[in-house]
Design a protein. Sequence first.
Length: 303
Amino acid sequence: MTRLHTTGVAGFMFLLPLAALAADAAPRPLKGDVVHGKKLYDQHCLSCHGSNGVGKDDGVRLTDSGRLNAVSDARLLDILREGDSARPKKKRHFKLPGDVELLDAWDIIGFLRNRTVEVAEMAPEADRYIALAYTPDEFGLERLKKTLGKDIKADDAKLHVFTAYKTGWGGGIQLLPNDPKILDKLKKNMKVGYMVAVPLEGQERPTELVLSLDHKTFAITGARALTWDGSPQPELDKQLARFVGKGDRRVSGQPKAVLKAGGGGKNFAALETAVTEAFVRGAECVTAYEVAERDRTWADDEL
């Protein structure tokens, strides 16, 4: 029996005028059948990656919104079907058996994506985004220390920064490759926001906080929480919604700064502290991105 997918053939096509330059860009293809994808994941992937998505061999967490959004669907497909051709043969990821059909592989990808928060959810107006991991410089680390009252090592402070754009180039939302020829076509007035995924302290289970930030002020425009096994946290999300509109570029570096969201009780005060820590960590990595972009585009002012 043939399964029907919600996205048509057009999902595979590059509709932007820059097709020749963006040949390596990965458009959003088939969404996949999440329920069927879970069955296939349990059959082929669970023995190594576990039901919670945490890898046993190299510690890769398959529910990491920061990491998964930085990998294109085409790349995931290559890993599943070819064993990750970019890595040395001895270190390649286990690949799916040859009799697993292409649509089945997309179902697995759909299941993996369903256990993360995607850029499309946090920046629904965007049609393109770029992804790179950034570490705050020495000044950023010093600002974090002042605000958080503790040292954070550079390696621990590193986060993926997702910059979302509304280009009008057509097609569904796409992760663009970090090709200077393509990045140079992204204009300042196309940018619509940032996204970061940061550990949220103080929860009963390890939890990831995904924040979308205004590209001018860094004010929080959206907040979602998932536990490390990819489980949604609807009650926590309701509390996090209070933080929308809070925060700006000046928070990091202020001693004992706390984003006040108007909640009541000791538990909410603890959440305010935890969200503040996550926010300033994310904001410093976005700042590091902006510094790198200014250095890259200083001659044409096209940040």
